[in-house]
Design a binder for this molecule. Structure first.
Ligand code: NAD
Ligand code: KPL
Length: 305
């Protein structure tokens, strides 16, 4: 009998994973925020995945954190700022051999989760897949991509990677997950805040090449200083490539701000600036970018953490 995939965070990425795992015949249970959300989910009859324009309903069972069933495998698909509180609510249900898979972008939330459940194996993921919700309990698979998984503490791959293959989730196990997470964080720091401050699509940054280049130089210095030289390699070239390849897109931070949602700033630019301060590294443009972004978010009445 397969281990159940408990999934906390039935948002864009969580629903994308849940529906593909369920479609492959694997046991999945969604953990909803509270009884009201659980009732709303029951009324919808399941999750709908829209792929290549086709919608398919998956009647995946739901529950709240109060359910008593033990959890052996937990996919944490909340935003970075919700990950640790969500895991804390479920800690009493984790079995001694439980494993957590953390889908959060950026850095900082993974350590917060690991500190909350120190006996539990925590596997981090970095994904280039793209999904968004066009209504409650309905997710659109918007961008095919790849997910890297790894555990900096234990390099041995878990057996359930086969289930990801069966579910058609493109993935690879890497011993260098921290390098992947830092590299993505650096890309996000060089692109996302500027798209918010210049109110533009990613391609609009082609008009701000100097600003992007200066940030890349500081980010590369930071990556070198914190023991991630591989993540610093050719950073500016990759940032320019991503800007070009995604020119027509709005960055995830731009979309969060546009929809008046809290951003993950503390786990992206905020994390970079915090680590720089810890290393007594003076990165004036990065620090100024953080201050400009915080001021902008406050002007809009959005949380700045
Ligand atoms: P989302 O906001 O769509 O979904 C998060 C869900 O978690 C929400 O439904 C929220 O209600 C739920 N949640 C929060 N706390 C909870 C709790 N205690 N119990 C139950 N549910 C709870 O977010 P998302 O876009 O799926 O992003 C999740 C993470 O994945 C983020 O860190 C994001 O940066 C990363 N990511 C997203 C994408 C994407 O395309 N959406 C791609 C790559 C990485
Ligand atoms: O990941 C991204 C995002 O928008 O969050 C890209 C496309 C790389 C821009 O930083």
């Amino acid at each position: 009998m397969s281990t159940t995939w408990h999934i906390v965070g039935a948002g864009s990425l969580g629903s994308l994973w849940a529906s593909r795992l369920a479609r492959a015949g694997l046991p999945v249970r969604l953990i909803l925020r509270d009884t009201a959300r659980h009732a709303a989910y029951q009324a919808a009859g399941g999750l709908t995945l829209v792929e290549h324009g086709e919608a398919q309903l998956y009647p995946i069972p739901g529950e709240t954190s109060d359910s008593e069933e033990p959890i052996r495998r937990l996919l944490v698909a909340c935003k970075a700022y919700d990950a640790e509180p969500a895991v804390a609510q479920l800690a009493h249900r984790l079995t001694a051999d439980a494993e957590l898979i953390l889908l959060q972008n950026g850095l900082g939330s993974q350590d917060a989760v690991a500190a909350r459940v120190p006996q539990t194996r925590c596997i981090s993921a970095s994904s280039t897949e793209g999904a968004f919700r066009d209504s409650d309990w309905r997710v659109v698979f918007a961008g095919h991509g790849y997910t890297w998984l790894g555990d900096a503490a234990h390099p041995v791959a878990p057996i359930w990677l086969d289930e990801l293959s069966a579910a058609g989730i493109p993935h690879a196990w890497t011993p260098d997950i921290l390098t992947r997470l830092w590299r993505k964080l650096a890309l996000n720091c060089a692109i996302n805040p500027l798209t918010v401050l210049h109110d533009c699509r990613n391609g609009g940054l082609q008009q701000h090449q100097c600003e992007v280049a200066t940030l890349c130089a500081e980010l590369a210095e930071l990556l070198e200083r914190c023991g991630q030289p591989a993540a610093a390699e050719d950073l500016q070239q990759e940032v320019e490539r991503v800007i070009q390849a995604t020119a027509a897109n709005f960055s995830s931070m731009y979309q969060d701000v546009h929809h008046q949602r809290r951003t993950e700033i503390s786990y992206l630019l905020g994390h970079a600036c915090k680590v720089a301060a810890r290393h007594q590294l003076n990165l004036p443009h990065l620090a100024q970018l953080e201050q400009r972004l915080i001021a902008h978010l406050r002007t809009l009445g959005l949380p700045s953490d």
